[in-house]
Design a protein around this ligand. Structure first.
Ligand SMILES: *Cc1c(COP(=O)(O)O)cnc(C)c1O
Length: 390
């Protein structure tokens, strides 16, 4: 009952936030955000920052990884990852599954990379043969993939793509902004060199933190650069000593950390650690299954064309015949905030429902009912379909 957290019962109940980020946050996260700011050298902040950095290795399953947490959004995390391993003239292959893959290509180009894009039809993932062919042809320094493209709800086969990159001597870089903390991602076992996310999606904190996990080959690529990264703020060399210092509880200064967000991130990561990543990934899969059963019962068609490449952190659904984007406002009137389309090819034809973080049976029921009512349907059938997956 996350949406029933209003302190004063006379306040109107806040609508339930079910977009693909920002998401509902738990009470301890909210409390951390609302507390008076601490000094960035305060032992309480230092202890929380240290724990957050350590806990991030468990979330990314990267025991040998270096976490970097800085003020910024997911787009800065994308740029930070790229700026530190790519030099002017390097080649990159982008596995394109939608809007955010196109953004990654632009970031790479801005930092001087020659980019080869391997795309597919809307709602599809390029075949592994096509990806391997592109990598063999381009001989890139880095292969990037969007784990979950938030514009399409397409889930990419990161393990297989990282294996292709590794077999051809390229680094693998995963945009995990809509996946880390919700989808299965095992950086070390899958050989993923760099992954990134932001605080406001499946990690369950408010927006404002860019998070990068760099494994040894990525750090080595950074150290082997001939030229410094073109961004001062995003340079690993500036942040590395700071992250190591905070983790060792001996704080150091480069740029002021967003102290409330760090406290909030630690509160959310502590909750994630209590649940355990395996259980959390399984719960996201269960929630996605229940949601999908409800969509099918209502006759809604998914944008991802195959179940195997459908995200567990959000649903992207075509409007049924005779329904347009005004559905989003009608669902809002029913008490749930969902999102419209984002991919330029189909922006007005579909909507998106986020289901990451602390989503459970209550949130599934509230969301499914609101959408059914906004579509003029009796919610009972869709609710029964969702519950049948429990
Ligand atoms: C949200 C998102 C981004 C961008 O993150 P911002 O915090 O909005 O900058 C990048 N990639 C993916 C996959 C996302 O879902």
């Amino acid at each position: 009952m996350l949406h029933a957290m209003t302190k004063d019962s006379t306040e109107p109940k806040a609508p339930l936030l079910m977009i693909p980020g920002p998401i509902e946050v738990e009470a301890p996260v909210l409390a951390a955000m609302g507390a008076p700011p601490l000094s960035h050298l305060d032992p309480r902040l230092v202890a929380a920052f240290s724990r957050a950095l350590t806990l991030l290795r468990d979330v990314f399953l990267a025991p040998d990884g270096q976490p970097l947490v800085v003020a910024g959004s997911g787009t800065l995390a994308m740029e930070m990852a790229v700026a530190n391993v790519v030099e002017r003239g390097d080649r990159a292959v982008v596995v394109d599954t939608g809007y955010f893959s196109a953004r990654m290509a632009r970031v790479l180009e801005r930092h001087g990379a020659q980019v080869t894009v391997v795309g597919a039809e809307l709602g599809e993932v390029p075949t592994l043969d096509a990806i391997e062919g592109a990598v063999r042809g381009a001989r890139p320094k880095v292969v990037t993939v969007t784990h979950v493209d938030t514009s399409t709800g397409v889930l990419a086969p990161v393990r297989e793509i990282a294996a292709i990159a590794g077999a051809h001597g390229a680094l693998s870089l995963v945009d995990g902004v809509c996946s880390v903390g919700g989808e299965a991602l095992d950086m070390a076992a899958w050989g993923v060199d760099l992954a990134l996310t932001a605080s406001q999606k499946a990690l369950g904190a408010p927006p404002g933190l860019a998070i990068v996990m760099a494994r040894p080959r990525a750090m080595e690529a950074h150290r082997a650069r001939k030229t410094p990264p073109a961004s001062f703020y995003a340079d690993f060399a500036e942040w590395l000593p700071i992250m190591k210092a905070y983790e060792a509880k001996t704080p150091a200064y480069f740029a002021t950390p967003p102290v409330n967000l760090i406290m909030a991130l630690e509160a959310s990561l502590a909750s994630i650690a209590r649940e355990g990543m395996a259980a959390r990934v399984a719960r996201h899969a269960h929630v996605a299954k229940a949601m999908r059963a409800a969509w099918t019962q209502m006759g809604l068609r998914s944008l991802p064309r195959q179940a195997s490449s459908s995200a567990h952190t959000l649903s992207a659904l075509y409007y049924p015949d005779g329904v347009d984007a005004s559905l989003v406002a009608r669902v809002r009137d029913e008490g749930v905030v969902i999102a419209g389309g984002l991919h330029p090819e189909a922006r007005t034809k579909y909507f998106r429902v986020g289901h990451m973080g602390n989503t459970g049976d209550a949130e599934i029921a509230t969301t499914v009912s609101a959408i059914a009512r906004a579509l003029g349907k009796d919610p009972a059938g869709a609710l029964a379909a969702a519950r049948s997956q429990a």
